[in-house]
Design a protein around this ligand. Structure first.
Ligand code: GDP
Ligand code: IMO
Ligand code: MG
Length: 430
């Protein structure tokens, strides 16, 4: 079996970057297949922190190929900055180790301007987007007016598409959103300069991946965001604008379903969310403060404080089914040390009706009562532990209860942000 998909199963920031960096040791190729630089994936190696947004989290390992698939929306300016930073650290010096899909769509300056202006106008009703232009870029892709890398490579095509789009966008920006119009020449020149830097990486990544998988090479697909932010299956409209479930690998990387062999879900041992939208197990008092403080729960992209709450088995159970998880990695269990008791949400009650999976209605999500189970906590520090047996009995019981409630085996428990701060329960993931 040669492919593995890693997905977040909550509302993002589950620790996907950490897990992908660790699993990348076993992989040959690491692929992003959706989202854009709304993602912020943190890698901590030898005490040094690196945050990647567009480049797959395998990049710190020498000799691994990083692929940005067609389903990703790319801000070329951010990508160039990320490449520069990584090259200063001695990574990606050989261009053969980064490949960008020729059909990935570009985030344009008007997408960012529209995203930010719409959020401002929404006021209290805002989604709380990352303001990176993600939604407007996917909208244009679906409206068939998007600009792809292959278009950028042909100066004439690019100039025509830009001129046509900008005419429409400037009317929308000016008359509806009350924003300044953007200048064609400035965008054109800036993107042509970025093209000079990026053209060398652009290929047909779908064919490349097919070849690699056929040769038996190990390919790791790295999800961004989380299942509850999926545009179809998440807490709509408080979601991102892409499909974040494992099935999105097929469309977003151009690989066939038979080529997906394993799916691992990443979940925190509690729950967090950034931005607006329903969050049934959210904590507003000192317990939420403790999670935010001990877990360092501040957004890696925007620095916003993350909302924190108890582990929600309804969320992860729904995600397990949607993604076809065959294993689970639990992260940040070290953060739970010091709570006398811990709560796990096992189901929801809404006006006498029981839910064991996520309801679709925002009204139900906002009005429901979570059903909790209480478990005893522990006070020991867990970060130095490397085996399941070494965990305090109550921590083991907590993990076992999650495993039971979700019905998926836990293969990895993360006890700290560092690559090595991990309990590997099963040695191999592919
Ligand atoms: P991602 O978007 O899913 O990759 O997650 P982020 O990187 O945005 O957020 C996860 C945060 O938790 C980062 O700061 C990680 O360094 C950190 N982290 C990951 N795993 C652990 C863990 O097991 N314990 C602790 N304390 N921190 C962790
Ligand atoms: P990673 O990959 C957490 C959230 C935003 C907002 C909503 C829509 O690091 O887990 P968008 O800019 O995508 O239109 O914002 O989605 N969001 C994330 N939350 N982690 C992420 O990525 C996120 N990417 C988007 O906060 O609520
Ligand atoms: Mg993140």
């Amino acid at each position: 079996m040669s492919t593995l998909v890693v997905v977040g199963v909550q509302w993002g920031d589950e620790g996907k970057g950490k897990v992908v960096d660790l699993l990348a040791r076993e992989a040959d190729v690491i692929v992003r297949f959706q989202g854009g630089n709304n993602a912020g994936h943190t890698l901590v190696v030898g005490g040094k922190k690196t945050i990647v947004r567009l480049i797959p989290s395998g990049v710190l390992h020498a000799g691994k190929v990083c692929v940005i698939g067609n389903g990703v929306v790319v801000d070329p300016q951010v990508l160039v900055e990320e490449i520069d930073t990584l090259q200063q650290q001695g990574c990606l010096l050989d261009p053969a180790f980064l490949k960008i899909s020729e059909t990935a769509h570009l985030i344009m300056p008007y997408h960012k301007a529209i995203d930010l202006a719409r959020e401002r106008l929404r006021g209290e009703g805002r989604i709380g987007t990352t303001g990176r232009g993600i939604g407007p870029t996917y909208e244009d892709k679906m409206a068939r007016v998007g600009v792809r890398f292959i278009d950028l490579l042909d100066e004439k095509v690019f100039s025509e598409k830009l001129a046509h789009n900008l005419q429409e966008k400037n009317i929308y920006l000016g008359s509806i959103l009350k924003e300044q119009a953007l200048d064609y020449g400035q965008i054109f020149d800036g993107y042509c300069r970025l093209r000079e830097r990026l053209a060398q990486y652009v290929i047909d990544t779908s064919r490349y991946l097919h070849q690699e998988i056929s040769r038996g090479r190990k390919v790791l697909f790295e999800g961004a965001q989380g299942t509850m932010l999926d545009v179809d299956h998440g807490t709509y409209p408080f979601v991102t604008s892409s499909n974040t479930v494992s099935g999105a690998v097929c469309a977003g990387a151009g690989v066939a379903p038979q080529q997906i062999h394993n799916v691992i879900g990443i979940s925190k041992t509690y729950t967090t969310r950034v931005g607006s939208g329903p969050f049934p197990t959210e904590l507003f008092g000192p317990e939420g403060e403790k999670l935010r403080h001990d877990g360092g729960e501040f957004g890696s992209v925007t620095g916003r404080p993350r909302r924190c709450g108890w582990f929600d088995a309804v969320v992860v159970r729904t995600a397990a089914r949607l993604n076809g998880l065959n294993s689970l990695a639990l992260t940040k269990i070290d953060v739970l040390s010091g709570f006398p008791t811990l709560r796990i949400c096992t189901g929801y009650d809404y006006q006498g009706r029981h839910y064991d999976e996520m309801p679709a209605s925002i009204q139900v999500l906002e009005g429901l009562t979570p059903i909790y189970e209480e478990l005893p906590g522990w006070s020991e520090r867990l970060t130095d532990l490397r085996s399941l047996d070494a965990l305090p009995a109550n921590a083991r019981r907590y993990v076992e209860r999650i495993e039971q409630l979700i019905g998926v085996p836990v293969k990895m428990i993360s006890v700290g942000a560092g690559r090595e701060e991990t309990i590997l329960i099963r040695p191999s993931f592919f």
